[in-house]
Design a protein around this ligand. Structure first.
Ligand SMILES: Nc1ncnc2c1ncn2[C@@H]1O[C@H](COP(=O)(O)OP(=O)(O)O)[C@@H](O)[C@H]1O
Ligand SMILES: [Mg+2]
Length: 376
């Protein structure tokens, strides 16, 4: 697995259960998966020789992020390395502009968007679609980094027309899109084998604040069963369309009237699937390994009527939330996960999941445990 963050750490836990010989490629020996005891190699995911050396250690190469440059992926595929997911599917997660264009051409509804080569193109777009607009980095963004809501011409970041000289993807480094008045955001988590055989988890409703996922509930609390069913159908179709292998998470916007728009895809275990560890019969991390190794997938049924997950996000007030662990563990029913990461404001350093009879009850339990962890 290229990358050794919390996704690799939780995949390592699943690998232990199945006695899968997982090696992670880490940037430092303090990375979350390494701290959890995963076998590792240190190196840069952008260094073709280093990635090739790690690839030679296993039968299958998979990923905890989407940062391996396309040129490196092409070289690996050319050398016969089995990438799961493959380069094409990873491309959809690496390039928001190309993904929007491809999805639209394939008939999937997406927000109105345009590439941006100069600040004036943001103004032109807003003249047609209205303010505010959303300006986004074409690649490399995550947790809302690289996503800006722009209220008017004065807010347009001056460097928005810059292109990544010599970088990839070639061309404009930014896009602008309509600001969607969100009724809700949904995530569809799918697991797909190389043959395309797949399973889908029950619908997940996520809540983002400043672009970063704060919490999720399942089943969805805001949308009814018809929208939820349509979302699962749409998410599965998108995962099929991109040819994902392993876990694929499809982020959807719900606009007025229950209209669904495809936001973005991730082709790896995803934050929106973390509750599956306790809340579903097979966790997304087991499922990811099973899918990339082309083994039978497990059932996705929920094991409780409702579940919630709250991310533990570092704050300036609390230097080390792990000191509060004993207090958080007093919250009955709270499943606490700490990633072994140094706390910094805005950084995901853990999460808490709770199961209950209702999503409100589950959210209350998980929220109380997170509040205990974040007590200054
Ligand atoms: N066009 C949009 N309209 C309204 N909200 C948006 C739009 N694009 C992004 N957002 C908000 O910002 C969040 C992060 O944007 P996203 O494109 O998913 O980037 P990231 O790669 O950081 O997850 C979304 O989950 C949503 O809450
Ligand atoms: Mg997103």
């Amino acid at each position: 697995m290229i990358g050794a963050g919390q996704l690799a750490r939780m995949t390592h836990q699943a690998a232990v259960d199945l006695d899968v010989e997982l090696t992670v490629m880490a940037q430092a020996d303090t990375d979350p998966a390494v701290r959890a005891g995963a076998r590792y190699r240190i190196g840069s995911h952008a260094d073709p020789a280093a990635v090739s050396a790690v690839a030679a250690l296993g039968d299958v190469v998979t990923f905890d992020h989407e940062l391996v440059p396309a040129a490196v992926l092409a070289r690996l595929e050319g050398a016969g390395v089995v990438l799961r997911p493959g380069r094409r599917a990873l491309g959809f997660a690496q390039d928001k502009l190309a993904a929007r264009a491809d999805f639209r051409a394939a008939g999937f509804a997406v927000p109105a968007y345009a590439p941006v080569r100069a600040p004036g193109e943001v103004t032109d777009f807003a003249a047609e679609h209205g303010w505010p607009v959303v300006v986004k980095a074409r690649s490399g963004g995550y947790d809302g980094r690289g996503v800006m809501v722009v209220a008017g011409p004065a807010d347009i970041p001056p460097d928005v027309g810059s292109t990544e000289a010599g970088g990839e993807p070639a061309g404009p480094a930014w896009l602008v899109e309509e600001y969607v008045d969100l009724v809700a955001e949904l995530a569809v988590v799918v697991a797909r084998r190389p043959s395309g055989a797949g399973v889908v988890y029950p619908i997940i409703e996520t809540t983002q604040v400043d672009g970063i996922c704060r919490h999720l509930v399942t089943p969805a609390a805001t949308v009814g069963p018809a929208v939820a069913a349509e979302a699962m159908r749409l998410g599965t179709a998108v995962a099929d369309h991109i040819g994902a292998v392993g876990i694929c998470a499809v982020e959807l916007f719900v606009a007025a009237g229950g209209r669904l728009l495809v936001n973005e895809v991730a082709v790896r275990p995803h934050n929106s699937g973390h509750a599956t560890i306790e809340a579903n019969r097979t966790s997304q991390f087991h499922q990811h390994l099973r899918a990339v190794l082309d083994w039978p997938l497990g059932p996705t049924d929920p094991v409780a009527p409702a579940a919630a997950m709250v991310n533990l996000i570092g704050t300036a007030d609390c230097a080390d939330p792990s000191h509060n662990l004993p207090t958080a563990l007093r919250v009955s029913g709270a499943h606490v996960h700490l990633y072994g990461k140094e706390s910094r404001p805005g950084r995901k350093i853990g999460h808490v999941t709770a199961l209950a009879a209702t999503t409100a009850e589950a959210l209350d339990v998980a929220t109380r445990a997170v509040a205990a962890l974040l007590t200054p």
